[in-house]
Design a protein around this ligand. Structure first.
Ligand code: GBH
Length: 499
């Protein structure tokens, strides 16, 4: 049986139970509390399930550094950040948090925080420097050392295969994601990683945020603010990139399962757009459901991933710009997942309206609260409604969901004493986490939470000017200092309660 046709029937039935013991503790539905006194108590005390995955998240290019060490070759982000005018202050990931050399200290910080799970990404050009072909053993060995250190501290590694650092060689060879050739190369890379790390890693994510690396990386008409920063002629070109990414995900899912020796969990981390009914009445909740399926780009990404079809309303809207789809593509895209990662930062309010689409989205007034980035409005309910719509709009009642990213940039540093007092982040995380807990109470299958990010790091086009960490990094000395939010999160993990 080749890997394209490798079916997952054997592994899947057992997977959820083996990998998520005790997590899916409740039946869905608001009546839970009435029928089960223990659930009522839990509801009253705002607790999370005992085996909830408390974690933290990072990504390779944002924190590793060691850009030219031990055989690593450039990624599109090395090229992009070294191009004048692309990143604030001309910052690059050459050194970043020097995590490549300081990973032991960083694992120590995780252990002290109390997390039992860690989401990181593998740098493709570190392990396969030319994108295809020879595996660089020294690169793989770094991730072995990292995983050994994690496991020695009782922390489960969750590896993402692609967090945007495409080998430059593949960009040069066939224009990266613009070519269908990438589908095979990505699956081969996945196979190589499971062969190299599968004895240490059982929890995999294929891609991080298809929307971002396609739409923010390749603009239509204008150059885009993320690598490779290209301008495409037509929207169709952009949608074709998304289609290639979906295929790469599907093929990699099969590759991971074919190469894995034992049970493993395969997921993807997606920033699908959550819509919040401004008033929680049936008509506005229905408007939120319609918005979820009908607005760019959920119908183009999360819908085909989970249902095997582009959303018909969305597809009709694209007309001649719709992507070219070959026979068998949709089946390949539609792999049964063991879990879904949800990257949630913000959302949009909607209400029912007499429009062709059946809803209208609401603008945010000038005084609407936002965090230290223009796009980061504070919409805590977005995390609850995002989780809920995976069931309500896409019918995935039993798909375990974990929050693979959630967080904000803080407004520090102001001074050396004030910079650690990130009360804005404490406020933000508390509001969002309470909404995650609400989803737990309502019986939705939420199994984990990975705040973005463990520590301050290279924030893409913003360089080092925006800080998302629970831990402060002084880039001149590489000194790490836990912020107030780290202490707050430590207490949440310890108590299993958010108030
Ligand atoms: C995540 O993306 C990433 O996965 C992570 O690597 C990153 O560090 C983190 O968020 C914080 O940003 O400049 O107006 O075009 C979040 C989704 C998509 C949000 C791109 C910002 C750019 C808006 N991001 N978007 S704009």
């Amino acid at each position: 049986m080749d890997r394209r046709h490798f079916l997952t029937a054997t592994a899947l039935g057992a997977t959820a139970n083996q990998l998520l013991p005790g997590l899916l503790h409740g039946q869905r539905g608001p009546d839970l509390a009435e029928s089960d006194p223990q659930a009522a108590l839990q509801k009253a005390s705002r607790t999370f399930p005992t085996n909830f995955w408390w974690g933290a998240a990072t990504a390779a290019y944002q924190l590793e550094g060691a850009a030219a060490e031990d055989g690593r070759k450039p990624s599109i982000w090395d090229t992009f950040s070294h191009t004048k005018g692309k990143v604030v202050n001309g910052d690059t990931g050459d050194v970043a948090c020097d995590h490549y050399h300081r990973y032991k200290d960083d694992v120590e910080l995780m252990a002290e925080l109390g997390v039992k799970h860690y989401r990181f990404s593998i740098s493709w050009p570190r392990v396969i420097p030319d994108g295809r072909g020879t595996v660089n053993q020294k690169g793989v060995d770094f991730y072995k050392r990292l995983c050994d250190e994690l496991r020695a501290h009782g922390i489960t590694p969750h590896a993402t295969l692609y967090h945007w650092d495409l080998p430059q060689a593949l960009q040069d060879k066939y224009k990266g994601w613009q070519s269908r050739e990438i589908v095979n190369d990505f699956a081969d890379y996945a196979t190589a990683m499971v062969n190299g790390l599968g004895d240490r890693v059982t929890h995999w994510m294929t891609l991080n945020e298809i929307l971002t690396f396609s739409v923010v990386g390749y603009g239509v008409g204008n150059t885009a603010p993320h690598a490779p920063g290209l301008a495409l002629a037509r929207k169709k070109d952009q949608l074709q990139i998304i289609h290639h990414a979906l295929l790469a995900h599907g093929h990699a899912c099969q590759a991971i399962r074919a190469a894995a020796k034992g049970t493993c969990s395969v997921a993807i981390a997606e920033n699908f757009s959550p819509y919040v009914p401004v008033v929680e009445t049936p008509e506005h909740i229905e408007a939120a459901r319609l918005a979820f399926t009908r607005t760019d780009f959920n119908g183009a990404i999360i819908t085909p991933l989970l249902t095997g079809k582009y959303d018909p309303y969305w597809l009709a809207q694209q007309g001649a710009e719709a992507p070219d789809v070959k026979a068998g593509d949709m089946e390949l895209i539609h792999q049964k997942l063991d879990a879904l990662g949800f990257n949630c930062y913000t959302g949009t309010y909607v209400r029912a309206a007499n429009t062709p689409a059946g809803f209208e989205t609401l603008d945010t007034f000038e005084g609407y609260p936002r965090m230290a980035l223009p796009w980061l409005t504070l919409v805590p309910e977005s995390i609850y409604w995002g989780i809920r719509m995976i069931t309500d709009a896409l019918g995935q009642k039993a798909l375990p969901i974990f929050i693979s990213e959630n967080g904000c940039a803080d407004s520090g540093p102001v001074s050396s004493t004030r910079e650690m007092q990130d009360t804005d982040r404490v406020m933000y995380l508390r509001q969002y986490l309470r909404q995650v807990q609400r989803a737990v109470d309502d019986g939705y299958p939420v199994v984990g939470y990975f705040p973005w990010s463990l520590m301050d790091n290279f924030e893409w086009a913003e360089g080092y000017t925006k800080r998302f960490g629970l831990v402060h990094v002084d880039y001149a000395t590489q000194k790490r200092t836990p912020k107030l939010s780290y202490r707050w999160f430590q207490q949440v993990i310890k108590s299993g309660v958010v108030r």
